[in-house]
Design a protein. Structure first.
Length: 313
């Protein structure tokens, strides 16, 4: 069986197009399958649309979360409940081309790999500034962390069950799936494709949300920010000692008084800002530890037809 996980948040306009296309592809593949729709607390008619799919297709399973927990939690809910030997995750906006699925399954069966992943080789249609920051993010995180994240990598991938089980075992609350996919290892084959615009609806990701997501990824998979804060402290201490020695030398040998309250104020403000920056970095890690220590559930299911599907099966 192939399990397809589709996290959805306010995708009522895109879902009919996606469902029609994915069913056509799966029928051509002639494989047993289940479509796992995870409604991530949508406020439109997304859940109603999914329930209509389920009424007409016994292979449709849906999980409606009690509120919007975020895409990472929705994906994790799908991973935890997938029953197939092969598991894929893809978006409902058609930016993950369903037509790639047969090729991905063929590669996974024929080659000695555990995952077939996709990456965009272009960012046509995206704002230039956002594209530039995205490229810099991939460069930075690959240099400072153990996670292997390919530039342009999408969440769209098809995996064997063993890899999915390894991902589920990583039960951390603060999740960054792109990093988790790389961290767990396993052999991955990459497929490249041109950027595809969403078929309908509006993107839920703005620049600020993407920036926070990137920051979470760096903090979750690297201790480098803490090291930078430490080295900044050591470096500034060394600079301060050198400047102090120079001032003492000037005063003792040249009688040159130290003048200028403005420069002193600037130095104090600079050092104060540097200290606050370092405290902020430390605070981010403490906040992550705080959330992990609460051991809250990643998601809460408010409605599902899973039991009905299992009875039918």
């Amino acid at each position: 069986m192939i399990s397809l996980i589709i996290p959805c948040f306010n995708e009522q306009d895109a879902l009919p197009y996606f469902y029609s296309e994915i069913c056509k592809i799966l029928d051509q593949m002639r494989e047993e399958y289940e479509l796992i729709f995870v409604d991530d607390g949508s406020t439109d008619k997304t859940l109603i649309t999914i329930k209509l799919f389920a009424e007409n297709n016994k292979n449709v399973v849906y999980f409606s979360l009690s509120r919007n927990f975020g895409k990472e939690a929705a994906m994790y809910a799908g991973f935890c409940n997938a029953r197939g030997e092969y598991v894929a995750v893809m978006d409902a906006d058609m930016q993950d081309p369903p037509c790639l699925l047969p090729e991905m399954l063929h590669i996974l069966k024929e080659k000695e790999v555990d995952s077939v992943a996709t990456r965009r080789i272009s960012r046509d249609g995206e704002p230039l500034l956002r594209s530039w920051f995205a490229k810099q993010f991939y460069k930075i995180i690959n240099r400072i962390s153990d996670a292997d994240i390919v530039d342009g990598a999408r969440d769209f991938r098809l995996m064997k069950k063993d890899m999915v089980n390894a991902i589920v075992k990583m039960g951390e609350y603060n999740r960054f799936s792109k990093g988790i996919f790389g961290w767990v290892g396993f052999k991955t084959y990459w497929i490249s494709f041109e950027n595809v615009e969403r078929i309908a609806g509006r993107t839920k990701w703005n620049f600020w949300k993407l920036f926070k997501y990137a920051l979470d990824g760096i903090i979750n998979f690297s201790q480098m920010p803490l090291s930078i804060a430490s080295w900044l402290g050591i470096g500034m201490t060394g600079v301060s000692v050198i400047i102090l020695l120079i001032l003492i030398f000037r005063r003792l040998y040249f009688g040159d008084p130290v003048a200028g309250w403005a420069s002193i104020v600037c130095i104090i403000i600079f050092l104060g800002g540097l200290q606050l920056f370092c405290l902020g970095v430390i605070g981010q890690y403490i906040a992550k530890l705080y959330m992990e220590s609460k051991n809250r559930p990643h998601y809460i299911i408010a409605d599902t037809n899973q039991e009905q599907i299992e009875k039918i099966g």
